[in-house]
Design a protein around this ligand. Structure first.
Ligand SMILES: NC(=O)c1ccc[n+]([C@@H]2O[C@H](COP(=O)([O-])OP(=O)(O)OC[C@H]3O[C@@H](n4cnc5c(N)ncnc54)[C@H](OP(=O)(O)O)[C@@H]3O)[C@@H](O)[C@H]2O)c1
Length: 231
């Protein structure tokens, strides 16, 4: 049975929020894009282009609207954005975190903290939300259109504490976005590793001169798939 259509709150009006919002509309959902201001010009234009199931509002309005929430805000300010979204609007809901908290040093991105990932900090700040980290280590075009990558190589990684939430996100990634395979790395502590991929992503981007690439875990010769050891 295919996934039921949902109301989804997408917090963030940048390239990522708009790309994810558009994809979610295209597969039949209702989406509200959230911003610091209700009349953010990018969000107003996005909802105009995307038709009657596309709305825009404040972070709090989008979070209240969504059965599921995507965090697509600038990672340096995600905790502020989520606080203004309101704990009561996140409680009990799946919160898919695609953000990275990055600074630049010597023209290279560095994470603001390697001891604790952004996703772990979000989970601590909002213990009733079911935080799932994913998609943060590919460019926004690839996130929602993995068919840009070579067939058979379209693998996404996820992490989070709530197993049921991860299974639902896995289905969204496959059925709505088109990822062929999803590898579950276990609890939210694994978000550290997912966020640490971003400096590598940046270096590969500089080397190849394109944002259209992904990362894949390659099993040993003759092994079709790994058994899951973690939750
Ligand atoms: N670009 C990519 O291809 C890519 C790939 C992987 C992951 N990511 C991650 O995805 C996230 C979104 O990236 P992006 O490039 O789409 O947009 P972005 O410019 O990093 O973030 C835009 C969003 O952040 C919000 N924001 C900025 N400053 C804020 C503040 N002081 N307080 C609260 N909210 C604030 C903005 O709010 P307003 O709407 O009010 O302006 C806007 O909604 C980032 O964390 C990024 O690291 C990006």
């Amino acid at each position: 049975m295919s996934l039921r259509k949902m109301k989804i709150g997408v917090l963030g009006t940048g390239e990522v929020g708009r790309a994810i919002g558009t994809k979610l509309i295209q597969v039949g959902n209702e989406v509200m894009l959230g911003s610091r201001t209700r009349d953010n010009p990018a969000a107003v234009e996005w909802s105009r282009i995307n038709g009657e199931r596309a709305y825009h509002g404040t972070f709090a309005e989008a979070a209240a609207f969504g059965d599921v929430i995507f965090n697509c805000t600038n990672g340096l300010f995600s905790l502020d954005a989520l606080r203004s979204a309101g704990e009561e609007n996140l409680s009990g809901k799946i919160l898919i975190d695609v953000a990275n908290a990055l600074e630049f040093s010597d023209d290279q991105p560095i994470l603001t903290s390697c001891r604790e990932s952004l996703a772990e900090r979000i989970q601590q700040a909002f213990p009733e939300a079911k935080v799932v980290k994913t998609l943060n280590f590919v460019g926004y075009e690839v996130m929602v259109n993995p068919s840009l990558l070579k067939e058979g190589e379209r693998q996404m990684l996820i992490a989070g504490n709530d197993v049921e939430a991860k299974r639902l996100v896995e289905r969204m990634l496959k059925e709505w976005f088109g990822w062929e395979e999803v590898m579950d790395l276990g609890d939210i502590k694994a978000a550290k590793a997912l966020e640490m991929l971003v400096p590598l992503w940046f270096r590969v981007f500089e080397t190849m001169g394109t944002t259209i690439f992904g990362f894949k875990v390659v099993p040993p010769h003759g092994v079709k798939d790994y058994k899951r050891k973690t939750n």
